[in-house]
Design a protein around this ligand. Structure first.
Ligand SMILES: [Zn+2]
Length: 220
């Protein structure tokens, strides 16, 4: 019954019409969305061109909804692969070069074998070559220091970086609610492409990779 609609999540906006969360992006399954509509908790802002029917009713699937009641958000961004790379702008923190995600890895600034933890403040983005070159040495032993010290980013930090790396799997109706000032920029400079392009291999292209990159990492 459900498979045809599984690719139709709704973007959930707070009552101020900003996404409820960015990283991960606030998405509800169509089932959750329809339920919230019937409970009268959300406004429907935009639709998919799909209709779900039951014997009693038919409803066009919402693609963007907004909460009727504002939810204050204080949640810190999740510690995920994608968010670490996004914090570091998909750039190796040792050689300073940008790489496609499949050529990037994590480096523990203080190696795990020396008591370094897997956490926001000890993990940086590294290319394989630099990761290998550094091995299990401390930064001062090999003269390799991250260009930017590892830190726990705020949602704002990631949002700022995210504007330069728009994921390409977004439903078109969501775009107006994400990267909104980017749209204005593009309109004003006639689409001069200074940002990563849609076919840059560094960016995830499907919900499947979004799930992979969005998986919460075990801290320790
Ligand atoms: Zn490198």
């Amino acid at each position: 019954m459900s498979p045809p609609f599984d690719g139709c999540p709704a973007l959930v906006l707070n009552a101020d019409f900003r996404p409820l969360s960015y990283f991960p992006l606030s998405l509800w399954s169509w089932q959750e969305t329809v339920k919230a509509v019937f409970l009268d908790r959300v406004n429907i802002i935009s639709h998919y061109d799909r209709t779900v029917r039951s014997p009693q009713i038919a409803i066009r699937l919402p693609s963007v909804i907004s909460l009727k009641e504002y939810v204050p958000s204080s949640r810190r961004p999740a510690f995920t692969r994608f968010n670490v790379f996004l914090r570091d702008r998909f750039t190796c923190q040792y050689c300073g070069q940008p790489f496609p995600t499949q050529e990037l890895t994590f480096d523990h600034v203080i190696p795990r074998c020396r008591g370094g933890r897997t956490s926001w403040d000890n993990v940086v983005t590294s290319c394989s070559a630099c990761n290998l070159a550094k091995g299990s040495r401390l930064p001062h032993q090999c003269g390799m220091h991250p260009r930017q010290p590892a830190f726990a980013p705020t949602a704002y930090d990631l949002q700022e970086n995210g504007r330069h790396f728009p994921p390409t799997f977004l439903h078109e109706s969501w775009r107006d609610f994400l990267f909104y000032d980017r749209v204005e920029e593009e309109a004003s400079d006639m689409g001069v492409a200074e940002d990563a392009s849609a076919d840059d291999p560094a960016f995830p292209h499907s919900m499947t990779s979004a799930e992979y990159w969005g998986a919460e990492l075990e801290q320790g």
